[in-house]
Design a protein around this ligand. Structure first.
Ligand code: GLA
Length: 392
């Protein structure tokens, strides 16, 4: 059986109770922002490519109220109910690490932030590659909008400010995909993002006979934090050799003509990025014409490229992908495609599966997988960040 996760109502109830216990009154403001799962377009957002994520039904909820001071008292249940006090006169990164995402958004919020008390609760698995960080940043931003009434001039700015918070306060040089997905995600749609122009388009993904199955390996290899910036650097190195602004502008012919003078590892990284950008364009077109079989094939190709050229998968996730595809082959191709998703080095994979076969797929993986217990979620494209209750 797929795991269940707390609903918005459950999360709100829990957050309200904690707020009342800790601060003596019910909160007056509430906001939420979802995690995301990327369907295709991996490790290309920072190369100005196309990505195609969905916002998840798992989300972070924040409730709170002004406290008429120059301090923010923030509680999360995600880190064994940890509490932090933020002095608004000096907002700087530090311990605990989770608070840096909140602090970064406070720091770069385009308006005066008043002192507040807040409680964060979440159903997004932490550190599983489903963008718990972006959900935390985006819920903080949306909460501040609700608290102050100050709205960004353009919605896109919200995502850029959250990304800046992650870069400067969490020291993660992420692309823009996660923040965009958390902000612009929409029920029944995947989100096609052009990470060069920042144009984004909703693509219907609402076929009731299909299911998006997220399989969390529950493995997180330490490598992820050190290898991510290395991959970014390698893509920039390729651009230098090719004399290009980004790999988005590059063709295979150009890449091949530079092979002799390019480091072989950098060459393979560029091969992945160039092919993945093309695959994502093709996948978006396939989704628009409801050609799910081709969409699934592209997902699998994406996985192979991430595994063999970009070297960001790991044996546990490869095994999950192989088992899912093997089950599909034995059962009328009921698994259309499967791939690792997110930054890699553990975390989750995502499979497109015929709905009636989901439970059998889960049973098959559970009985054949060698490794610590994976968790399964049935995901569906859900709404992006929103204010739930605003200051009167
Ligand atoms: C992380 C980053 C994103 C993106 C993915 C890989 O989730 O936050 O910006 O680069 O990895 O596609």
């Amino acid at each position: 059986m797929a795991a269940s996760f707390a609903s918005l109502e459950d999360l709100l109830k829990l957050a309200n109770e904690i707020h009342k216990d800790e601060f003596g009154s019910l909160p007056v403001v509430a906001a939420c922002a979802p995690g995301r799962v990327n369907l295709i377009g991996e490790h290309v957002d920072y190369c100005e490519g196309y990505v195609l994520p969905i916002a998840l039904p798992m989300m972070t909820v924040v409730v709170g109220s002004r406290n008429n001071s120059d301090k923010c008292c923030v509680i999360t249940t995600c880190d064994d109910q940890s509490k932090v006090e933020i002095n608004l006169k000096s907002v700087v990164p530090g311990e605990p690490l989770w608070a840096n995402y909140v602090k970064g958004v406070i720091k770069f919020f385009p308006g005066t932030v008043p002192g507040f008390n807040a409680v964060f609760v979440s159903s997004v698995p932490i550190g599983g590659g489903l963008s718990s960080s972006a959900a935390l940043e985006m819920s903080t931003y949306t909460f501040l909008e609700a608290l102050t009434g100050i709205q960004a001039k353009k919605e896109v700015e919200k995502a850029l400010i959250c990304q800046k918070a992650e870069h400067q306060f969490a020291n993660v040089p992420c692309g823009i995909m996660d923040q965009f997905a958390s902000l612009f995600g929409s029920k029944g749609h995947a989100l096609l993002i052009d990470c060069r122009s920042l144009d984004h388009e909703l693509v219907p993904m609402d076929d009731p006979s299909l299911s998006i199955c997220v399989i969390n390996s529950n493995i997180r290899h330490q490598l992820s934090s050190s290898e991510y910036p290395i991959r970014r650097q390698q893509c920039e190195d390729a651009c230098k050799v090719l004399k290009k602004k980004s790999l988005r502008d590059t063709t295979f012919v150009e890449l091949l003509s530079a092979q002799e003078i390019m480091d072989p590892v950098v060459f393979r990284r560029a091969q992945h990025v160039i092919s993945e950008i093309m695959r994502t364009e093709e996948a978006a077109a396939a989704l628009k014409s409801r050609d799910y079989a081709f969409f699934g094939k592209l997902m699998l190709k994406s996985h192979e490229s991430l595994r063999d050229l970009f070297d960001v998968s790991c044996k546990e996730v490869d095994q999950l992908v192989d088992l899912a595809m093997e089950f599909g082959k034995k059962n009328n191709d009921c698994v259309l495609g499967c791939r690792m998703t997110g930054a890699g080095f553990g975390g989750c994979c995502v499979a497109l599966v015929r709905k009636q076969s989901v439970n059998d797929l889960i049973n098959y993986i559970q009985s054949h997988y060698h490794g610590s217990k994976p968790t399964f979620y049935e995901a569906y494209p859900s709404s992006g960040a929103r204010i739930l209750t605003q200051m009167k």
